[in-house]
Design a protein around this ligand. Structure first.
Ligand code: IDP
Ligand code: MG
Length: 152
């Protein structure tokens, strides 16, 4: 299984509610490797580019206001099938539908305020990582625990 990198963002509600550690902890305990991390106040331009596929939808302007309303935590995570693994850990978009055990299912009650974003395909992961991180901001490294996470 080839390693993938995926883009994850803890949204303003996750930061404001003090769930940064909880969300990072879940991804860490899963065995995924953190390879990039920064906190930032998102500007209008980055918000619109990140959510460009949703332009024109009824919730788009509200989504841009939400994402730019307070700081976010942007991250890159690496692991086998990381894109799908993280999407399944987040759960469905609407926290009321998301099953218990998922991040949205355990902490969310809303479709818009749903705590975190994760890339939905390897292609969007590559695009989003390039949008959010400059060359040199992502790191590669070995962990002593890596051999214990899967059969060689
Ligand atoms: P995803 O984050 O699960 O991939 P998308 O459909 O890509 O969901 O939507 C992007 C984000 O837009 C969602 O995470 C959520 O914050 C917001 N959003 C999606 N649909 C709605 C809606 O119907 N009302 C309000 N906000 C929405
Ligand atoms: Mg999406």
């Amino acid at each position: 299984m080839a390693d993938q990198r995926t883009f994850v963002m803890i949204k303003p509600d996750g930061v404001q509610r003090g769930l940064v550690g909880e969300i990072i902890g879940r991804l860490e305990r899963k065995g995924l490797k953190l390879v990039g991390l920064k906190m930032l106040q998102v500007g209008e331009d980055l918000a619109r580019r990140h959510y460009a596929v949703h332009e024109g939808k009824p919730f788009f302007e509200g989504l841009i206001r939400f994402i730019t309303s307070s700081p976010v935590v942007a991250m890159a995570w690496e692991g086998p099938d990381a894109v799908d693994v993280v999407r399944r850990m987040l759960g469905p978009t609407d926290g009321r539908q998301a099953p218990p055990g998922t991040i949205r299912g355990d902490f969310g009650l809303d479709v818009g305020y749903n705590l975190a974003h994760a890339s939905d395909s390897p292609e969007s992961a590559a695009q989003e990582l390039a949008l959010w991180f400059a060359d040199g901001e992502l790191v590669g490294y070995q962990r002593a625990v890596d051999p214990w996470l899967r059969e060689a």
